[in-house]
Design a protein around this ligand. Structure first.
Ligand SMILES: [Zn+2]
Length: 322
């Protein structure tokens, strides 16, 4: 799916500012205003081809949040000499070329880039936007797959030379590209991510992604959480090994209305655990990200126990109301 011929990798990083007075002064359409884009272009063999850097003049938040100031060491004087977001972003996308995949440290940059573009009514990249989250991939390749390291500590872990500072977009993109060069391309390609800024609008656009050890389904959006969980496609369980619809042993249950679990069983492949994460779109509707993963007796017991614990907690709460 992500296998284009002569495709480049665009390793990029953004710096953004936010309301200096917190939620109160926030523009909800653009809570994070991009103030810098830095990027490194790698070819299909991960050799560096070029780099890109641009500073952007803020329009929404004219004062720097103290944390951003502290971390990036950037100041308003420098930013005021920057370029308009739309011009800078146009240049960046032109520089990216026709055939590329975004690579970032963490899951936020592709989302914020699109949210800023949307604010200025720029045409968004064609959906779905796939990217490589190198922070997650770092963990999957070098560590337990769950932990997440800061860029600095990943550079440290790999004993990479530290020749520039951290926390400016161009420097962070540079370090991220060095880390990527230490990875095996085949490994990277196994773990692509999909950005959730543009959520499928209709049934035909829903996504089912197949990975080595699990499948992931991204639903279209619905007006409410209830509508999501009433939907037969969202709640269906399919074994990702044989593609057969399988029976649930434990129906979907939840402890906090954001995450749901279930247990299903495939006659051929055994227990599979399902997880639905409820997510909100940028226009306040809801969609589901469902993963189905093979598990064993132990995993099945753990789900059963979780369900019982939640039931018990609910009963205890009800008793204490009297
Ligand atoms: Zn099966």
């Amino acid at each position: 799916m992500l296998d284009y011929n002569s495709m480049n990798y665009i390793v990029f990083d953004l710096e953004w500012n936010q309301s200096p007075r917190g939620k109160e002064g926030e523009n909800h359409k653009i809570p994070f205003e991009i103030i810098e884009i830095g990027a490194v272009k790698l070819d299909e063999n991960l050799n560096k081809v070029d780099d890109f850097s641009v500073v952007i003049r803020p329009k929404i938040y004219r004062e720097l949040h103290y944390k951003i100031q502290e971390i990036t060491q950037v100041n308003m004087k420098e930013l005021s000499r920057g370029r308009k977001f739309t011009d800078a972003c146009d240049d960046f996308l032109k520089w990216c070329g026709d055939s590329f995949t975004f690579c970032t440290w963490g899951p936020l940059d592709t989302y914020e880039l699109q949210r800023n573009m949307d604010y200025y009514h720029m045409p968004l990249p064609k959906s779905p936007v796939f990217y490589y989250d190198l922070q997650k991939i770092f963990s999957l390749i070098f560590e337990d797959g769950k932990s997440r390291r800061s860029l600095e500590s990943a550079v440290d872990f790999l004993h990479l030379p530290i020749d520039v500072d951290f926390h400016r977009a161009d420097d962070d993109a540079y370090y991220t590209s060095l880390i990527m060069q230490k990875m095996n391309i085949a490994d990277i390609k196994k773990y692509y991510s999909v950005d959730y800024y543009q959520v499928p609008r209709k049934r035909e656009d829903e996504l089912t992604l197949q990975f080595d050890t699990y499948s992931k389904f991204v639903s279209m959006s619905f007006p409410s959480k209830g509508d999501v969980m009433d939907d037969k496609v969202v709640t269906s369980t399919v074994c990702y090994k044989c593609n057969k619809r399988i029976k649930k042993k434990i129906r979907w249950f939840s402890d906090n209305s954001r995450i749901y679990y279930c247990l299903a069983i495939c006659p051929e492949h055994g227990f599979l655990k399902g997880k639905i994460r409820m997510k909100k779109t940028n226009d306040d509707s809801y969609f589901a990200v469902k993963t189905i993963k093979l598990t064993n007796d132990e995993g099945a017991t753990a789900i059963k126990k979780r369900q019982l614990d939640i039931r018990k907690k609910r009963q205890d709460n009800r008793k204490s109301e009297f």
